[in-house]
Design a protein around this ligand. Structure first.
Ligand SMILES: NC(=O)c1ccc[n+]([C@@H]2O[C@H](COP(=O)([O-])OP(=O)(O)OC[C@H]3O[C@@H](n4cnc5c(N)ncnc54)[C@H](OP(=O)(O)O)[C@@H]3O)[C@@H](O)[C@H]2O)c1
Length: 325
């Protein structure tokens, strides 16, 4: 049973992208040697679809972007999704585009975390006089500001080390331009904005008498959150052999409670930073945006486990927050 797919219709969208509701400009550039049609078994995976087109077009697979002609939705390069399950049928049309130069997934993570890792100590110990200096003499950084900076720096050092030594990613690259989009969250929200408000002489962290009811629970949440998050990342690492992209149902610490315990513990650690920072709004903003993103991803992961593993997967009652959601 074979599905024939007309695959070279990039011209249709680029000639007349705005006049038909089903005609939208797919992201990317045309590929010159794209085959007119390809044949593939309907039970083959989308990963096979990508590799088949890559071979026939003699084009790097990680630069390809394939979308459905019917509704423009992305056909994600995934070994666990069959061609037929995406709704692609015999004679279906798909768009194949060139995403342009790629950058390593790991490199993007390293760049993302490097921003806040450098920005926090830089603002607190170097740029402070230039940012807040005025007519009044600037008081030295408080111990609480130094502590908050240490926690933030430790957090991002941990993320860098995990990226380099712990995570075994299944996707190797992404379009180079994404590095700017992805870094904005960390460099701007988790770096510049957070540092400016937390290290200001008018911030709650500038006090010489921190509130012990916030400080100690905050430190405890930070330490427990970070260690637990590391433990979950090690569990995830051990699901795969080196070089493998296989997906396995995770079990162990945290996974009995929620689908994504690493996200739960990440949020816990950031609630800790929020308390230590004397409830600084800029920490709360970064926490809220990060938690919102992780909630979206966690929900998608729960759906994916159900889809990929069926009855073998024990459905989770809670996706990220035990007893709540
Ligand atoms: N503060 C924030 O705003 C924020 C936001 C997001 C994330 N984070 C932090 O960044 C960390 C990493 O995030 P992430 O979204 O990349 O986490 P993730 O999707 O859980 O992935 C972590 C690693 O585990 C692998 N993995 C996940 N599930 C697997 C499975 N079933 N079988 C085999 N391998 C599996 C992933 O491989 P794949 O390459 O296949 O996915 C990846 O290498 C989070 O845990 C969190 O600490 C922070």
């Amino acid at each position: 049973m074979f599905t024939t797919i007309l695959s070279s219709l990039l011209l249709i969208s680029s000639i007349n992208p705005l006049t038909s509701p089903s005609c939208f400009p797919p992201i990317g550039k045309p590929i010159s040697k794209l085959p007119e049609t390809i044949s593939i078994g309907s039970q083959e995976s989308i990963e096979t679809l990508y590799s088949t087109i890559s071979k026939q077009a003699r084009f790097p697979v990680n630069r390809l972007r394939i979308t459905k002609g019917s509704d423009g939705s992305l056909l994600k390069n995934d070994a666990g999704i069959t061609v037929s399950s995406t709704g692609v049928r015999n004679q279906s049309v798909i768009y194949v585009k060139d995403l342009g130069p790629q950058i390593g997934w790991r490199t993007v993570f390293i760049i993302e975390y490097l921003g806040p890792l450098l920005i926090h100590p830089l603002v607190l110990y170097v740029l402070r006089p230039y940012l807040y200096g005025g007519s009044k003499p600037l008081p030295p950084p408080s111990d609480l500001q130094a502590l908050t900076c240490a926690l933030l720096t430790l957090h991002f050092i941990k993320r860098e080390l995990e990226t380099i030594f712990v995570h075994r990613f299944s996707v190797s690259t992404m379009p180079f331009t994404y590095v700017f989009r992805n870094s904005a969250h960390y460099w701007l929200l988790g770096g510049v904005n957070l540092a400016y408000w937390v290290f200001s002489p008018s911030s709650p962290t500038a006090t010489s008498n921190p509130n012990p009811a916030l400080l100690y629970p905050g430190l405890a949440l930070f330490v427990v959150g970070q260690l637990s998050n590391l433990s979950v990342h090690i569990t995830l690492r051990n699901l795969r052999k080196p070089g493998s992209t296989e997906r396995v149902i995770p079990t162990g610490f945290g996974f009995d409670w929620v689908t994504c315990p690493n996200y739960l513990f990440e949020v816990m650690a950031w609630v800790g930073v929020y308390l230590v920072s004397g409830l600084n709004w800029s920490v709360l903003l970064f926490l809220a945006v990060g938690a919102g993103t992780m909630m979206k991803w966690a929900s998608q992961k729960e759906q994916r486990y159900r889809r990929e593993f069926g009855d073998k997967y024990k459905r989770k009652r809670f996706v990220m927050f035990p007893g709540l959601w």
